[in-house]
Every structure is written in C-alpha cells, then in structure tokens.
Design a protein around this ligand. Structure first.
Ligand code: GDP
Ligand code: MG
Length: 139
C-alpha cells in the first residue's frame, strides 16, 4: 500500500554553516525522496515561535529559538511514500551522541555541550505537524 506524503525538512543553521547542506540533500536524494520545493530562509522569532509552539516553556526553548535565528536555514518540501516517518529515520534520534551511526545526526551531528542540541536537521513528526509546518514555511 502506498501513502504518498509531504514533509517539512529544515537544514538547521549548524548544517548550513558547516557546509553540510549538500551531504544532507545527497542522503535524501539517494533514498529516493523527491524535492518539491526548496528555499533559503532567515527565520525570525515570529515564524520560529509558531514552528516550535509545542516547546514553549521548556528549558531549551529560548536557546532553541536563538540558535534557529542565528543564521539561514534551508527549508525543503519533500515528498515520497511514508516520507514523514522515513525522513525521521534518516535523521536519527534527537541527541547526536546517541543517534545511530548511519543516520544524519549519528554520522554528522556533534554534541557541543550547549543548552540546545545543534543536531543539523528538523523533520515533521506527524501528518498534522507536516501540514501545519509546510503552511508556515511555504505559502
Ligand atoms: P526533534 O523532533 O528530534 O527535532 O526533537 P524535538 O521536537 O523534541 O525538539 C526540537 C529541538 O529542540 C531538537 O531538535 C533539539 O535541537 C532541541 N532539543 C530537544 N530536546 C532537547 C533537550 O532535551 N536538550 C537540549 N539541549 N536540546 C533539545
Ligand atoms: Mg520535533
């Protein structure tokens, strides 16, 4: 059974600054997902507050927003069969120290010991999140 979906992927400011956008896109394309749209965005607090509304009030929220507005991000509208779950699997778990080798975060993510994990990428976590986030980042 096929479930063609779209998801929002962000290459976070650490990924762009470290020159890893191409490597991350290479992994996405090698997996067979389709790039539907892509743009470089300097996000502001208003956009980030909506994007991360589920994390408002958590200890890492302020560092997270500051980090995400520290430089441009690459926003990608990505399509494919079960791509929401599939990209999360490619990305690996949140903490780069324990993310599995073979994943983007496991292979390339570094633990800098900061108040927020700079873990290279974001991927929507459900169909509802994907729809909400794609509407925020792509009009
Ligand atoms: P994700 O879906 O794997 O990106 O993780 P979450 O949605 O739970 O959190 C959003 C982002 O906040 C993560 O990607 C990290 O950059 C950061 N973050 C989340 N949880 C923690 C935490 O416990 N400690 C720190 N330092 N950063 C976190
Ligand atoms: Mg999340």
């Amino acid at each position: 059974m096929t479930t063609i979906e779209e998801t929002l992927v962000l290459v976070k400011p650490d990924g762009v600054a470290r020159g890893l956008t191409g490597e991350i896109l290479r992994r996405i394309e090698a997996k067979g997902y389709a790039l539907v749209d892509i743009r470089l965005v300097q996000a502001d607090r208003e956009l980030l507050g909506k994007h991360y509304e589920e994390h408002v009030g958590k200890p890492f929220y302020e560092p997270l927003v500051s980090f995400m507005e520290s430089g441009p991000v690459v926003a990608i509208r990505l399509a494919g069969n079960r791509v929401i779950e599939g990209f999360r699997s490619l990305a690996g778990t949140t903490d780069p120290t324990t993310a599995a080798p073979g994943t983007i975060r496991g292979d390339l993510g570094r633990d800098w010991g900061l108040a927020v994990q700079q873990n290279l990428v974001h991927g929507s976590d459900s169909p509802e999140s994907a729809a909400r986030e794609l509407a925020l980042w792509f009009n």
